[in-house]
Design a protein around this ligand. Structure first.
Ligand code: NAP
Ligand code: ZN
Length: 349
């Protein structure tokens, strides 16, 4: 075991602060990573504050990790010391259920090991995330990152990037499709960039008028304020696909009405409370309401390679780790442009 510096939430109502954790010794299939950057996902906040229930304190959040390989085990084949690598939302899975065999480790039938607030496959050892100087991960769950891209901007691809790429691919986003993205935050801005890169006609649906110019710069063709009733009426029956990233309570029914016949709304945001849906809003127009969870390891590598090829990274605001609680408050207010990323050098010093 090696003790490393980290930042943890020790209680739901306490700020995130300095903490020490043990990282396991590097096993034969393990990669040790010196973390350079870690993105701040809204899920970190939901978990640190126990908004979904089930937080195991102390929790060290962070699942948008980019760093350099600092040590490898004897049997590691795909990574070497000095390589630039990434780690996303999970660090292991059973490896033998139908979903794992289909490269869908995020839906592992025996329970995968999430990067934080979860247990390793021994079902005992608690996982700690990327708000720390180092992490040790089994090689299969370590992604290759191109040095061509700005590495701080790559970090958010490991969650916000794959979480939006995967449903765009699964629901076959293509040239000419009319795609709406709801909520311009970390996930939302990646959805806009990715959908427009795939040739879709993208509409940003936001409650924040000050984000209009940014939405266009990110690649949105249209911007609509959801707070204005007449806008919502005008857009009825307009979209093939809606990517919904909203993190808080809102009315799904209002957005279902915007789908064309056979259209699909994908829920990515996880509001803490259950929200009602009226059956006629799905029945009339044969509309689908679906959800999607991050993406598998193979698809995450495909997304990273796609982003390197198309020169896509996240728009970030870099912070030192001692500003993490302010970053949480600003994220909650929707004041993030469009992902906070922690410069992990600030934790070493
Ligand atoms: P974020 O950066 O805070 O963005 C959320 C955006 O939603 C805000 O910027 C805001 O956009 C909009 N919004 C917030 N509150 C709202 C409200 N009350 N009504 C309407 N719109 C509201 O969060 P994020 O990191 O993108 O994460 C978004 C959600 O996805 C979180 O719940 C997170 O836990 C979840 N998530 C899910 C997965 C998955 O695998 N499915 C993966 C990662 C994260 P506007 O100002 O433009 O309206
Ligand atoms: Zn996330």
């Amino acid at each position: 075991m090696t003790q490393v510096k980290a930042y943890a939430a020790e209680k739901a109502d306490k700020p995130v602060g300095p903490f020490k954790i043990d990282r396991r010794d590097v096993g034969e299939n393990d990669v040790e990573i010196e973390i350079l950057f870690c993105g701040v996902c809204h899920s970190d906040i939901h978990t640190a504050r126990n908004e979904w229930g089930g937080t195991m304190y102390p929790v060290v959040p962070g699942h948008e990790i980019v760093g350099k390989v600092s040590k490898i085990g004897d049997k590691v084949k795909n990574h070497k010391v000095g390589d630039t690598v990434g780690v996303g939302c999970f660090v292991d899975s059973c490896g033998h259920c139908d979903n794992c065999e289909d490269d869908l480790e995020q839906y592992c039938e025996n329970g995968n090991s999430q990067t934080y607030n979860s247990k390793l496959q021994d079902k005992k050892t608690i996982t700690y995330g990327g708000y720390s100087t180092h992490i040790v991960v089994t090689e299969k769950f370590v992604l290759k990152v191109s040095d061509k891209l700005d590495l701080a901007g790559v970090a958010p691809l490991l969650c916000a990037g794959i979480t939006t790429y995967s449903p765009l691919k699964h629901w076959n986003c293509k040239k000419g499709d009319k795609v709406a993205v709801v909520g311009l935050g970390g996930l939302g801005h990646m959805a806009v960039k990715l959908a427009s890169s795939m040739g879709a006609e993208v509409t940003m649906l936001s409650r924040s008028p000050e984000k209009e110019k940014d939405a266009e710069e990110l690649g949105a063709h249209h911007f609509m304020l959801t707070t204005e009733k007449e806008n919502m009426e005008k857009m009825a029956n307009s979209f093939d696909l809606i990517i919904n990233t909203v993190s808080a309570k809102h009315d799904y029914n209002e957005y279902l009405a915007l789908l064309r016949t056979n259209g699909t709304m994908v829920l990515l945001g996880v509001p803490p409370e259950a929200l009602p849906v009226a059956a006629p809003n799905l029945i009339f127009g044969r509309r689908s309401l679906v959800g999607s969870l991050v993406g598998g390891i193979k698809e995450t590598q495909e997304m990273l390679d796609y982003c390197a090829e198309h020169n896509i990274v996240s728009d970030i605001e870099m912070i030192n780790i001692d500003k993490i609680n302010e970053a949480y408050e600003r994220t909650l207010k929707g004041d993030v442009h469009y992902r906070f990323v922690i410069d992990m050098a600030s934790l070493k010093n």
